[in-house]
Design a protein around this ligand. Structure first.
Ligand SMILES: Cc1cc2nc3c(=O)[nH]c(=O)nc-3n(C[C@H](O)[C@H](O)[C@H](O)COP(=O)(O)OP(=O)(O)OC[C@H]3O[C@@H](n4cnc5c(N)ncnc54)[C@H](O)[C@@H]3O)c2cc1C
Length: 475
């Protein structure tokens, strides 16, 4: 009988557990234990039902084009619960000099693919519009080394594109800053597109044409979620795992290589395993590995995280008609606000709020704003309401509010991240029976985390001779 420990019970650890469970059900001689330091499983995936509204404390959805989350949902019987974003109403605004300006049609992430809407948009100055036209003729360029997203976007479209689009978009996804994040790790397709086509605009059009030709059936929604919220995935996953394998309130304090396996110490006792999946944030993995391999620990420690707070405000139906149509807005740093973004939740997805309610979710925090975690809920609510009043003229009294704090939850892939992952791979190769999973490595979104957990489990099963390794070796 082989024994595997999983440390961390977020979606990455649960996906690893599910992959092991699949193998166990197929009669692999295997047992596993998942250790989670907090009292609940699921990590940042938490949904709360308040006054008939579904409030997502953490992620509200995942990108449809990344298949691993939808695949897992189908496998656990949630295929008919998957819902798409209301893309017919998809409109997002950017706050520019205190006014909301809609992101023009044809902008793919921050790359303009339709000339007329971009030229007519008040989002860009004449100078940036000229840069957009010139970008079309950008010569192919194979970068010798990594650079920041800001540096690449600025080379193509100028500084205004970074300030008004790249930075707010990345701050919405990563809680990070465009001048810190690695283009190769965060937007790998941009680096490939530049090498092949030169112009990101032409490359994006070519990719879109290829996708349209390959696609059978209607266009898919940009985002996918679950009817009862993201926690539905966690709840059903848990129902597929044996309760005896899951330990909550069980922080792992150390892991040490020992006699061909690993000794895992958690609270009251220690236990021997043949292999370990570390599915915690990278910095927690670093502290657990300090004794086993100080160099690996210091590489993991260098992966930075930022914190984020979601502030949810529920209103009566009258607020719906006061809001601009669409999914919400993003706030560039130069606007000097605390809110980074706001989502009009009732517009973005069906099944989130009854017709007589409106639900708004604001984000604060992100890189350089750690101090907001110290603010009391009342103060955070005051800031959110004040800024909503100034930005969209919303003065209504909320019917309910919820504030969720996520300390050090968003990994920041800094310039050179992929090279760091390579060094981590090399160091891991010297530690038998250890695999890493989680949002610190090859994707911060829920689908990537699911894939990372499942890959880590498959890799260890192969090492233990319990499965074929079909996957590329990744951290
Ligand atoms: C506010 C917010 C909004 C987001 N929105 C989206 C979105 O819309 N779409 C999307 O795709 N992604 C989104 N993300 C990102 C995504 O949700 C996360 O990257 C992903 O869920 C992380 O999962 P994880 O299991 O790797 O980590 P976590 O969920 O952080 O889980 C790690 C677990 O490890 C446990 N742990 C740590 N140390 C120990 C220890 N020593 N012993 C035992 N247990 C330990 C922790 O308690 C935690 O439960 C969002 C994230 C946040 C915070």
């Amino acid at each position: 009988m082989k024994r595997i420990a999983i440390v961390g019970g977020g979606i990455s650890g649960l996906s690893a557990a599910f992959a092991l469970e699949r193998s166990r059900k197929d009669d692999a001689p295997l047992e596993y234990v998942l250790y989670e330091s907090s009292s609940r499983l699921g990590g940042v995936l938490t949904t709360e039902d308040v006054d008939g509204c579904l409030i997502e404390a953490g992620p509200d959805s995942f990108l449809t084009e990344k298949p691993w989350a939808s695949d897992l949902c189908r496998e656990i019987g949630l295929g008919d619960q998957l819902i798409g974003s209301n893309d017919t109403d998809r409109k997002t605004y950017i706050l520019v000099k205190g006014r909301l300006v809609v992101i023009p049609d044809g902008l793919m992430f921050m790359v303009p693919t339709k000339i007329i809407p971009a030229v007519l948009s008040p989002l860009f100055s004449a100078r940036t519009k000229l840069r957009m036209a010139r970008e079309w003729f950008h010569p192919p360029r194979k970068a010798e080394s990594d650079e920041s997203v800001a540096s690449m976007v600025e080379r193509h479209y100028g500084a205004e594109m970074v300030e008004r689009l790249a930075d707010p978009l990345l701050s919405g996804v990563y809680g990070g800053e465009a001048d810190q994040l690695s283009v190769r790790a965060v937007l790998p397709r941009f680096a490939e597109m530049e090498a092949k086509y030169g112009s990101l605009g032409r490359a994006m059009l070519a990719a879109r044409g290829k996708m349209a030709r390959a696609r059978k059936g209607p266009a898919r929604p940009l985002f996918t979620s679950l009817k009862d919220g993201m926690q539905q995935m966690v709840d059903v996953l848990l129902s597929r795992l044996p309760a005896s394998a899951l330990r909550t309130n069980a922080p792992v304090l150390s892991i040490q290589p020992q006699a061909g396996g690993w000794m895992v110490s958690a609270g009251h006792g220690s236990d021997q395993f043949d292999a370990v999946v570390l599915a915690t944030p990278a910095q927690a993995a670093a502290s657990l590995l300090r004794v086993a391999n100080a160099q690996l620990a210091s590489e993991l420690q260098a992966i930075q995280y930022t914190s984020s707070i979601t502030i949810n405000l529920g209103y009566d139906q009258s607020v719906r008609s006061l809001l601009p149509p669409g999914f919400g807005f993003l706030v560039p740093r130069t606007e000097g606000r605390r809110i980074l973004a706001a989502t009009f939740v009732h517009n973005k997805f069906p099944h989130r709020a009854p017709d007589d309610r409106a639900l708004i979710r604001c984000f604060v925090g992100g890189a350089g704003n750690e101090h907001v975690l110290e603010l009391a809920d009342d103060e955070l609510l005051r800031i959110a309401r004040d800024e909503l009043r100034q930005i969209i003229g919303l003065t209504a009294e909320p019917l309910f509010t919820r504030v969720y704090r996520w300390k050090d939850a968003m990994a920041q892939y800094g310039v050179g991240h992929l090279e760091r992952l390579q060094r981590i791979e090399n160091l891991l190769a010297g530690l038998s029976g250890l695999a890493l999973a989680g949002n610190g490595y090859r994707g911060i979104g829920v689908p990537d985390c699911i894939r990372s957990g499942s890959d880590a489990a498959t890799k260890l099963l192969a090492k233990l001779g319990l499965a074929d390794e079909k996957l590329p070796t990744t951290a």
